[in-house]
Design a binder for this molecule. Structure first.
Ligand code: NAD
Length: 499
């Protein structure tokens, strides 16, 4: 950060200066929100079909220009180019889904009025909120904020977006790309998606503004609390997508090769900087040794770096390396045994893979979000025992189960106190656009993605129309005791006969 007026975006692998961005203050933030308000009248007034056409054109633009965007993500986060492309591909799938499903999910639909109100015709429809503020993190700087932006836009809102200060270039690319599509393909100059840049203070200005109808925040639980406090001044609703401490459970009959492969990818990819990354693995006793052997063999081959062949990149946030160090040190000092890597694995900006066994359940490496390429592996007596330990966490974001038993997999998934569970795969729920994504406890609340994600950025509008005179007088001063009596008899007949 060079001054109070600008901040720098650096390549985390090389330290190279990528660009400087303005620290937007109150004036810039409120002007952006005012422009978004005006644009929301236009955007919210378009038909579903017109918004769909524009968002699908944007999707095609992202697809055609994927390599360009991936190079910005690679430079700003340090993640391998292939991982950046995978992130963009998943974003494209979500943008496509949100654009195509906004109408079926949000359009007016008839609902039954019930026998007691049978003279009424009732319907529900979902209206845009207006202006949505999106505050994003740096670890998936395309996929994560777009989980809010795509769904908020598809629901008819305009968006003011503050990307993480570490990935302002990616945020800027995304915002410009929609402006290019609207201008070049539709001849429209409408700020439906705007960028504001800055540090936490700028995010705070967005959250505390009376002109914002909802804040979609993704980041750490500590910052979520500050965002909620700022938003509370105007009773602005908040969606909070926070961290996780996701567990994988491996049953005795699991395909161990597949489970070890998924555990390696789930824990180490993106240098472990994944909110739904695997940080804990619980393995049923009888296959524990075999699983650790397979996982160890796979993980030992991984190498961080910034080159094309690297398995994963550097720590994007330099300060994260010391948290990773603390968790490894604490685990080892309390009897944990590193079977891959160890206390020397952290050499900022890189952390080589670390697999820890025998780590006490109350240690930092098991309880706190590590956000690095480390994983703990712990034996359990049964699948149920694994679920019990997985649930003993203040977080509840994602989770995974490996078992050959179809019923056992679904029942363990249901018992896991996490927003999402993948059975015999890892993180797959994030790539299925129709599945809502979000957590519980310290992992936050509210949902992006899927129909729930569209409704998250809408307000339900209820309409009921009298289509014939009511059979009983109820809501009128002309109601008589005899009317009340008839009503009581009707309700008693309908609802008073059960045990
Ligand atoms: P962070 O909480 O440090 O910052 C997130 C964003 O909040 C940034 O844009 C930051 O500038 C802004 N911010 C900081 N202080 C603020 C304030 N007082 N008011 C308003 N905005 C403020 O998080 P991060 O380090 O960028 O991201 C990592 C965290 O995000 C991890 O905990 C990770 O698990 C979580 N995450 C969650 C999801 C999910 O979908 N659940 C996805 C990705 C990342």
């Amino acid at each position: 950060m060079t001054s109070a007026q600008t901040f720098e975006s650096l390549n985390p692998a090389t330290g190279e200066l990528l660009a400087s961005y303005p620290v937007h203050g109150e004036k810039e933030v409120s002007e952006a929100i005012a422009r978004a308000r005006t644009a929301s009248e236009w955007w919210g007034g378009l038909s579903f079909a017109d918004r769909r056409a524009r968002l699908l054109a944007w999707k095609s633009y992202l697809t055609r220009n994927m390599a360009d965007l991936a190079s910005v993500v690679h430079a700003e986060t340090g993640k391998p180019d292939g991982d950046a492309k995978l992130e963009i591909i998943n974003t494209i799938l979500h943008l496509d889904w949100a654009a195509k499903n906004a109408q079926p999910v949000l359009k007016p639909r008839r609902v039954p009025s019930g026998i007691a109100m049978m003279n009424m015709a009732s319907s529900v429809e979902y209206h845009p909120l207006g202006v949505v503020g999106v505050i994003g993190p740096w670890n998936y700087p395309v996929f994560t904020p777009m989980g809010s932006i795509a769904y908020a836009l598809a629901a008819g809102n305009t968006v003011v977006f503050k990307p993480s200060e570490l990935t302002a270039g990616t945020g800027s690319w995304l915002v410009s790309s929609l402006a290019i599509v609207l201008r070049d393909l539709f001849g429209e100059d409408q700020p439906v998606l705007q960028l504001i840049t800055g540090l936490g203070t700028t995010g705070g200005l967005l959250a505390s503004s009376p002109g914002i109808n909802k804040i979609a925040f993704t980041g750490s639980p500590g910052t979520a609390r500050k965002v909620m406090a700022a938003a509370s001044a105007n009773l602005t609703p908040v969606l909070a997508e926070c961290g996780g401490k996701d567990a994988m459970i491996v049953d005795a009959d699991a395909d161990l090769e597949a489970a070890a492969d998924a555990a390696a990818w789930g824990s180490m990819s993106n240098a472990g900087q994944t909110c739904v990354g695997v940080e804990r693995v619980y393995v049923v006793d009888s296959v524990y040794d075999a699983f650790v052997e397979k996982l160890t063999a796979k993980v030992a081959q991984l190498r961080p770096g910034f080159d094309d062949d690297a398995s994963y990149g550097p720590m994007t946030l330099p300060a994260q390396a010391s948290i990773v160090s603390r968790h490894i040190d604490d685990a080892v000092s309390r009897g944990g045994r590193p079977v891959v890597g160890g206390v020397d694995s952290v050499s900022a900006p890189y952390v080589t893979p670390v697999v820890l066994t025998g780590v006490p359940e109350d240690s930092a490496a098991v309880r706190e979000e590590t956000f690095g390429p480390t994983v703990t592996v712990t034996p359990v007596a049964s699948l149920e025992d694994g679920v019990r330990l997985a649930n003993a966490s203040s977080y509840g974001l994602g989770s995974s189960v490996f078992t050959r038993g179809r019923a056992a997999g679904i029942s363990a998934a249901r018992a896991l106190r996490a927003g999402m569970t993948s059975v015999n795969s890892v993180i797959a729920f994030a790539a299925v656009p129709s599945l809502p994504f979000g957590g519980t406890g310290e992992s936050g609340f509210g949902r992006i993605h899927g129909a729930d994600g569209l409704r998250e950025f809408s307000r339900a509008k209820s309409i009921t129309r009298q289509r014939m005179k009511p059979p009983l007088r109820t809501t009128t001063f002309r109601r008589t005791p005899a009317d009340t009596d008839r009503l009581v008899r009707l309700i008693t007949f309908m609802h008073g006969r059960g045990k």
